[in-house]
Design a binder for this molecule. Structure first.
Ligand code: PLP
Length: 419
C-alpha cells in the first residue's frame, strides 16, 4: 500500500474480509480469542508469536482502524483509545514521571490541561504552560527535565498557530518527545510527523468520525513509541470498542472528501463574515490578514472548518445571534456533518475568570462556528438572518495588528523560520 496516495490508502489500507467474502470489513465483536494449543497461547501471551490475545489491547477491527489512520498520517503505527482524553492520558502514563516536566501550549483543549495539572501534577509532574506562538517562551520552558511537549495547532477557538518544526527542534535538543493534537486539521491538511513531531493525537469523534456518532481517540507515531503506548493500553485499559472502530474505519474512507468540502464552505463563509457590517473580527487561519500567514502557508495545506468571530458588542448580542440561528445547531462539538455554533465565554471557557478570559482573548461577543456539509448558500442565509438581530458595531483597533507585532518579535529571535 505504501506506493499509493493518501486517498487510495484511506479506502484500501488494512482492508480485511471474513470467510463470507463480504466486501465490507466485518466487526470482530469478541472479547477473547481461541488458541490452537496451550503452547500457541503461551507464545501469543509472551509476544514471541503474533496474534490476538484479548480485546483490551488487540482486536482485528480496532487494529484495521489503527493501521488505516497511521497510513494517512504517514506513521509507522498507531494505537486507538476509547476517547481523545484516554489517548492523552496514555501519553502521560507512558512518558511522564515525578520530578520531570511537561510543557503545554496554554490554549490546548481545556481538559487536556486539566488532565496534566490535576492528575499528573499530583503525581509530582511539573506542568508548564506557554503561549503557543512565542518561540522564546517555549525555549525558556523546555529544559533537560522536560519529557513531553504538547501542543495543538491551530488553537481553538482563536486559531493561533505554533511553529511545529521549531518547537520540535527545541524539544529534541533537550531529549523531550513532541505530541501534536491534530484533531482540527486532520492528516488531510496537516502532517505534524513530517514537521518533526514524534506523535500525533486525535480526538477521533470529531472529523475522523465526522458524523457526531461516537467518542474515540488515537495516537500515531513510530513502532517503538506505539509499542510503549500499547503497553499502557494493555495495563490501564481505555480501549476503543470494536463497533466504534468499525464506524471510524469506514469514516476514514470519506475523510478527505468531507474535510475538503466543509473547509471550502468554511472559507467562503468566513470571508463573507469578515466583510459583514455586524461582525467585528474573524479568527481563522484562512484570513489573508492573519498575522501568522507565512507560517500557516508553510505548515498547513488547508484551514479546516472551525473558526470564530465577534458579533455586536456584548454577550447579549452574541446570545441573540446564536438563538436566532435556525439551521446551525447550538452544540459545543466540532467536526460533524451538521454545522454547530457555540458561545465559548459561557460554555467551553466558563470555568475561567473574566480576567483569564480577557487575557486569553475570549471576548464576551465571540462565537465559534463548526461548518458542516450543508450547502454554503443555506448556511450563509441562516447566518445573515440571525445577524440582523445584532446591532452594527464600529471595529476596534485591529487585534491582528497586535498579533502581527507579536509575530515580528518571534522572527527577530531567529527561530520563526524553521531550519
Ligand atoms: C482538540 C481536542 N483534543 C482532545 C479532545 C478530547 O477528546 P475526547 O472528547 O474524545 O476525549 C477534544 C475534545 O473536544 C478536542 O477538541
Amino acid at each position: 500500500m505504501n506506493a499509493y496516495r493518501r486517498a487510495t490508502r484511506a479506502v484500501h489500507e488494512a482492508h480485511y474480509q471474513d470467510l463470507s467474502d463480504a466486501h465490507c470489513e466485518p466487526v470482530a465483536m469478541t472479547s477473547a480469542y481461541v488458541f490452537r494449543s496451550a503452547a500457541d497461547a503461551a507464545r501469543k501471551f509472551n509476544g514471541s508469536a503474533k496474534g490476538n490475545v484479548y480485546s483490551r489491547f488487540s482486536n482485528p477491527t480496532v487494529r484495521a482502524f489503527e493501521q488505516r489512520l497511521a497510513a494517512m498520517e504517514g506513521a509507522q503505527d498507531g494505537v486507538a483509545f476509547a476517547s481523545g482524553m484516554a489517548a492523552i492520558a496514555a501519553l502521560g502514563h507512558a512518558w511522564l514521571e515525578a520530578g520531570k516536566n511537561v510543557v503545554v501550549s496554554r490554549d490546548v483543549f481545556g481538559t487536556t490541561l486539566t488532565a496534566f495539572r490535576n492528575y499528573f501534577g499530583k503525581l509530582g509532574v511539573q506542568v508548564r504552560t506557554v503561549d503557543l506562538t512565542k518561540l522564546d517562551a517555549w525555549r525558556r520552558a523546555i529544559d533537560a527535565n522536560t519529557r513531553l511537549v504538547f501542543l495543538e495547532s491551530p488553537s481553538n477557538p482563536l486559531q493561533q498557530v505554533g511553529n511545529i518544526r521549531s518547537i520540535a527542534a527545541l524539544a529534541h535538543a533537550c531529549g523531550a518527545l513532541v505530541a501534536v493534537d491534530n484533531t482540527m486539521l486532520t492528516p488531510v491538511f496537516q502532517n505534524p510527523l513530517e514537521q518533526g513531531a514524534d506523535v500525533v493525537v486525535h480526538s477521533a469523534g470529531k472529523y475522523i468520525d465526522g458524523q457526531g456518532r461516537c467518542v474515540a481517540g488515537a495516537v500515531l507515531g513510530s513502532e517503538r513509541l506505539m509499542a510503549e503506548l500499547r503497553g499502557v493500553l494493555r495495563t490501564l485499559g481505555g480501549t476503543l470498542s470494536a463497533s466504534n472502530a468499525w464506524m471510524l474505519l469506514k469514516s476514514l474512507e470519506t475523510l478527505e472528501l468531507r474535510v475538503r468540502g466543509a473547509s471550502r464552505s468554511s472559507e467562503q463563509l468566513a470571508r463573507w463574515l469578515g466583510a459583514h457590517g455586524r461582525v467585528a473580527r474573524v479568527y481563522y487561519t484562512a484570513m489573508a490578514e492573519h498575522p501568522q500567514r507565512p507560517l500557516i502557508l508553510q505548515q498547513q495545506s488547508g484551514h479546516g472548518a472551525v473558526f470564530s468571530f465577534e458579533v455586536g458588542q456584548s454577550q447579549e448580542d452574541a446570545w441573540r445571534f446564536v438563538d436566532a440561528l435556525k439551521l446551525v445547531a447550538i452544540a459545543t462539538n466540532i467536526g460533524d456533518t451538521r454545522s454547530m455554533v457555540t458561545h465559548p465565554a459561557s460554555t467551553t471557557h466558563c470555568r475561567l475568570t473574566a480576567e483569564e478570559r480577557r487575557l486569553s482573548g475570549i471576548r464576551d461577543n465571540l462565537v465559534r462556528l463548526s461548518v458542516g456539509l450543508e450547502d454554503a448558500a443555506d448556511l450563509m442565509a441562516d447566518l445573515d438572518e440571525a445577524l440582523s438581530v445584532v446591532p452594527m458595531r464600529e471595529p476596534e483597533p485591529d487585534e491582528y495588528e497586535r498579533g502581527a507585532a507579536a509575530c515580528m518579535e518571534e522572527e527577530e529571535d531567529g527561530l520563526h523560520v524553521p531550519s
